[in-house]
Design a protein around this ligand. Structure first.
Ligand code: PFF
Ligand code: NA
Length: 455
């Protein structure tokens, strides 16, 4: 077991494949699955989008996850440090370190707005506990959500609290918090989603939801929505942001990277699809808009909770588990930066507080873009960014630009710059399949998506 005394959250934990899988699943499963996947699926027309997303996971996401875990394990450092170490060992340009820098920057930016959204779960826990959802109408849940977004001080309070929780674990204060959260709470979240899907099946609109999600209507598909599906494949698997590289650095040598990546990818995908199956029947049963946007789960799920027996209990449990899922993801986002600063001689506590506070500050601009700055759309002069608030821009910049670029560079690096004998030593028998995919298929697919989006 590799020991790294500078990283208190991790070394004791990554003692087995199981623990690594749990940490990686904790990073992967989060708001991306339950909040983002349903709403972007709704905005992008359903079935065809879901299909493209699944293809992106299979031919780009999974091979990339294997690549990142491999780079992390070989470099055994922060994402920035590992890129430097491996590039040097392979006799390549030191500029490859830029990939690690861009990934770390993407993780930082994502953390800044992720914390704001994760903060939303907390007032929903309060409402759920106090029975506020019982018998609530779709109109009232819509109003409740709007009230929350309209209140910068409330948002600031929850955002601050969530970032504080993230810093706490990252700084190493809650040594086994991560393991407990992922080994007990993730399975609970999974079971709860199954219960919700079961409830959704009783609404009479389940079939409609299934065909919305799985019957591809390719006329709804645009070049832009393909890019959104691609970006989401990275976001949901915590790729192109250093998280999987950082966690890979603590993975024992005898663990199969490829099998582990497949398990993580499958679990993440199942959670997203279950979330879709739980939410869309409710959307259709209540005549809500599938393209409602970021508020989708916050407007629809409380209606369902309000009608089911034991609803207040299930609602509380759901938002608590969602909070934990977001928490284990945000910790991994901060890890890219903290592990780097730590290598530079800054203590983990200082690095976690400094990095977390900086992300918290940037997060305030996201929070304000939901209310007082909602008309501030600074990049209107570019058609691509027209009407986008700061929050929209951070989301677009990370998922649709930075992550695909980082992904392409990593694919090119491991596919063309790393000696195949070396990657074979890391990946074993799986190398046969992985290598041609990451060398040809993934970069070509990425370039095609870029081409049609820049055209
Ligand atoms: N994978 C997380 C989710 O689906 O919510 C989000 C995420 C975590 C993105 C870690 C990037 C990252 F580095
Ligand atoms: Na995810």
């Amino acid at each position: 077991v590799p020991q790294n005394k500078l990283t208190p959250v991790t070394p004791a934990l990554w003692s087995s494949r199981f623990v690594f899988i749990m940490a990686a699943v904790g990073s992967a499963v989060g708001l991306g699955n339950i909040w983002k996947f349903p709403y972007i699926t709704g905005e992008n027309g359903g079935g065809a989008f879901v299909l493209v997303y699944l293809v992106c996971i299979a031919i780009i996401g999974l091979p990339l996850m294997m690549s990142e875990v491999m780079l992390g394990r070989r470099g055994a450092k922060s994402p920035i440090g590992s890129m430097a170490v491996v590039a040097k060992a392979e006799g390549r340009s030191p500029h490859w370190v830029g990939v690690g820098i861009m990934a770390t920057l993407a993780a930082f930016l994502i953390l800044s707005f992720y914390s704001v959204i994760a903060g939303w779960t907390m007032p929903y826990i309060v409402s759920a506990v106090s029975g506020q959802f019982s018998g609530i109408s779709a109109q009232s849940t819509g109003a409740l959500f709007e009230d929350l977004l309209a209140s910068p001080w409330q948002l600031l309070m929850w955002h601050s609290l969530f970032m504080g929780l993230t810093i706490l674990v990252s700084a190493g204060g809650v040594r086994h918090g991560l393991e407990n959260a992922v080994t007990k709470l993730m399975p609970a979240l999974f079971v709860l989603l199954l219960i919700l899907v079961g409830y959704a099946a009783t609404t009479g609109h389940f079939g409609e939801a299934v065909s919305f999600l799985f019957k591809p209507n390719f006329s709804a598909l645009t070049a832009e929505s393909i890019l959104v599906a691609l970006g989401h494949a990275f976001f949901t698997l915590s790729l192109a942001s250093g998280a999987m590289m950082a966690y890979g650095a603590y993975l024992p040598k005898n663990v199969s990277i490829a099998r582990t990546a497949v398990v993580v990818g499958v679990m993440d995908t199942c959670v997203a699809l279950l979330a879709g199956l739980a939410i869309f029947p409710i959307v259709f049963a209540h005549g809500l808009a599938a393209g409602e946007g970021p508020g989708l789960i916050f407007v629809t799920l409380p209606v369902a909770f309000g009608q089911m027996p034991g609803g207040s209990f299930f609602a509380t449990l759901f938002f608590v588990l969602l909070l934990f899922a977001a928490w284990t993801s945000s910790i991994s986002m901060l890890e890219s930066l903290v592990s780097y600063l730590n290598e530079k001689g800054i203590s983990r506590v200082t690095a976690a507080i400094g990095g977390g506070l900086a992300a918290w500050l940037v997060g305030i601009t996201t929070l304000l873009s939901l209310n007082v700055w909602s008309d501030f759309t600074p990049l209107d002069m570019f058609a691509r960014f027209e009407g986008k608030t700061l929050f929209d821009l951070y989301d677009y910049l990370t998922a649709n630009i930075m992550m695909p670029v980082v992904a392409l560079l990593i694919a090119l690096f491991v596919g063309w710059k790393v000696n195949p004998e070396h990657s074979k030593a890391e990946l074993g028998a799986w190398h046969k399949v992985w290598f041609p995919v990451i060398r040809y298929l993934s970069p070509i697919a990425l370039l095609i998506v870029f081409y049609f989006n820049l055209k």
